[in-house]
Write a protein of this length. Structure first.
Length: 127
């Protein structure tokens, strides 16, 4: 739906109130969604090739299974595995950083060469 008085779509108003971090997150979610469109299409074509192989007078069911596995499932799984490598690497680094942060003490000890200050100043005694 378009609101021509302001020259933009009404649905765009909800996007305009998002913070920049939320906008980036929504763009990344769309990128992830669109990343799967190509493999889905690829699997569909491989499935149709398998159906054509199975229903052909020269084809067989075994040939259809191998067609789907070697032209569809195996290549798609490899492509998705390699495309997911950067995300897995980021997740591993984030988990390691969280473990390092949890392992560090909350209060850092004084690592200097000076003596630690006393809680109360010493009282001078008169001679």
């Amino acid at each position: 739906m378009v609101d021509w008085s302001q020259g933009r779509s009404i649905s765009g108003r909800a996007y305009d109130i998002l913070t920049p971090r939320a906008k980036i997150a929504s763009i990344r979610a769309l990128d992830t969604l669109f990343m799967y469109i190509i493999p889905i299409g690829w699997l569909y074509v491989a499935l149709m090739m398998s159906v054509a192989e199975a229903t052909s007078t020269q084809g067989s069911l075994l040939g259809a299974v191998f067609t789907f596995l070697f032209y569809g499932a195996l290549p798609v799984s490899l492509v998705l595995y390699f495309m997911g490598a950067p995300a897995r690497k980021r997740a591993i680094r984030a988990r390691e950083a969280a473990e390092r942060a949890a392992a560090q003490p909350l209060v850092q000890q004084d690592a200097g060469s000076h003596a630690a200050p006393d809680a109360a100043a010493p009282v001078r005694q008169e001679p």
